[in-house]
Ligand binder design. Structure first.
Ligand SMILES: Cc1cc2nc3c(=O)[nH]c(=O)nc-3n(C[C@H](O)[C@H](O)[C@H](O)COP(=O)(O)OP(=O)(O)OC[C@H]3O[C@@H](n4cnc5c(N)ncnc54)[C@H](O)[C@@H]3O)c2cc1C
Length: 364
């Protein structure tokens, strides 16, 4: 039986980024059920960085991630992962309230018409968040995995954890192919399967719920869209961004409770997205080029969960990253690594109170 200090279950952005932070200090293995890491939520995101997203506590982790995403150290990547485009939170009525640390300004109708040509009359004003950016997700995920490997980490794909048990101060992990591994620490970075993995290890679940979100790539009769800001509704009913010169990525902002699975879009949600989009701008819809869906997983209070389980020794949660797991990955991994290693936090996250994200908040 192969023995490790740490086994991380899940090779998405959560497992990869945390792995990259700890691999130099602990003999670490990532076990990933699929053929390739990043097949589930990480490979299906809308790929944006939006500082206000997820509320004030999440904003702290997002803001702390910005430096690495914008200007990474040379040994991590040759160039940054962000392309700034700004975001307009549109409203027909009240402006949204954003976390205090997030830079934003009001845009009135005349300016809105210049920023989004063809915008329909009912959208009276917006809040503009200039820091919003596209993230190169695949390159970022690959950079975390590469750093993990460089620092001595190992990755096993097609390696689904079937069960785990704790004996003699170590986890005995059984994989679907019948092989066994052991480790002192077991990290649950299994995304939509976070609760299933806990249950398979005999650990009490936290109520982490996967919710399906639909994305649609539309070709429209308008050009120059890549230069426009991301556009979302302040009431949370849609968002879209120019992906190519005359294509957009659009979502109806759906959030449908789903068992963990290989999520696929429903026709109804694609139709709803297009209907909502047509109420925002007068750009003719030419065709649906593709659509996809992914699972965003939330703890009951919609904050992520980082830390050792209060009752299961050696079981570490890195889960519940909701719709912000990419944009928070850099700082979240540093925060989680300090908790896992029992080390002082990196200066970039030293101001963040980790108890807010502790699984102990759910213990009665
Ligand atoms: C449509 C959509 C849009 C989004 N847009 C954004 C965005 O714009 N910006 C942003 O920051 N975030 C966004 N997100 C959220 C982001 O994608 C997630 O928060 C993030 O990818 C979660 O990463 P993860 O590693 O926890 O999960 P995943 O990427 O799902 O990885 C978990 C991995 O665990 C593996 N696994 C599960 N069970 C087992 C097992 N028993 N054994 C071994 N392996 C197992 C799975 O195969 C999977 O690969 C979006 C998500 C969706 C779905």
């Amino acid at each position: 039986m192969e023995n490790f200090d740490v086994i991380i279950v899940g090779g998405g952005i959560a497992g990869a980024s945390l792995g990259a932070e700890i691999a130099a200090e602990r003999r670490t293995l990532i076990v990933e059920a699929e053929d390739q890491c990043g097949y589930h939520a990480t490979g299906r995101s809308a790929a944006f960085y939006l500082e206000s997203y997820g509320g004030a506590e999440v904003a702290k982790i997002t803001l702390a991630s910005r430096e690495l995403l914008m200007d990474p150290p040379e040994d991590f990547a040759d160039e940054g992962f962000l392309r700034v485009r700004g975001d307009l939170h549109l409203t027909t009525d009240e402006l949204p309230l954003l976390p205090a640390d997030v830079d934003a300004r009001i845009v009135e109708r005349a300016e809105l018409e210049r920023m989004i040509p063809g915008i329909r009359p009912q959208w009276r004003r917006a809040l503009f968040e200039p820091g919003c950016a596209d993230i190169e997700v695949a390159r970022l995920h690959a950079a975390f995995l590469a750093q993990f490997r460089r620092r001595g980490g190992a990755i096993a794909t097609r390696a689904r954890l079937r069960s785990a048990s704790r004996t003699g101060g170590a986890w005995q992990v059984l994989l679907d192919d019948g092989s066994s591994l052991s480790s002192s620490v077991l990290v649950d970075a299994a995304g939509a399967w976070a609760d299933s993995v806990a249950a398979a290890a005999g650990v009490e679940t936290l109520g982490i719920t996967p919710k399906r979100r639909t994305m649609v790539q539309l070709r429209v009769g308008r050009r120059g869209l890549r230069q426009l800001p991301l556009v979302d509704a302040a009431d949370g009913t849609f968002y879209f961004k120019g992906e190519g010169d005359n294509t957009i990525w659009l979502s109806p902002h759906d959030e449908i409770d789903t068992d963990p699975c290989d999520a696929a879009p429903e026709e109804m949600d694609v139709a709803l997205a297009i209907d909502r989009f047509q109420q925002v701008v007068d750009w003719p819809v030419e065709r649906v080029e593709r659509s996809w869906a992914g699972l965003r997983s939330f703890a009951p209070d919609r904050l992520p969960v980082y830390g050792f389980d209060a009752d299961a020794p050696g079981f570490f949660w890195c889960a519940g990253q909701g719709g912000f797991g990419i944009q928070t990955s850099a700082a979240a991994a540093k925060l989680a690594a300090s908790l896992l290693l029992g080390a002082y936090p990196h200066p970039s996250v030293a101001h963040i109170d980790p108890s807010v994200f502790s699984p102990a908040r759910f213990s009665s």
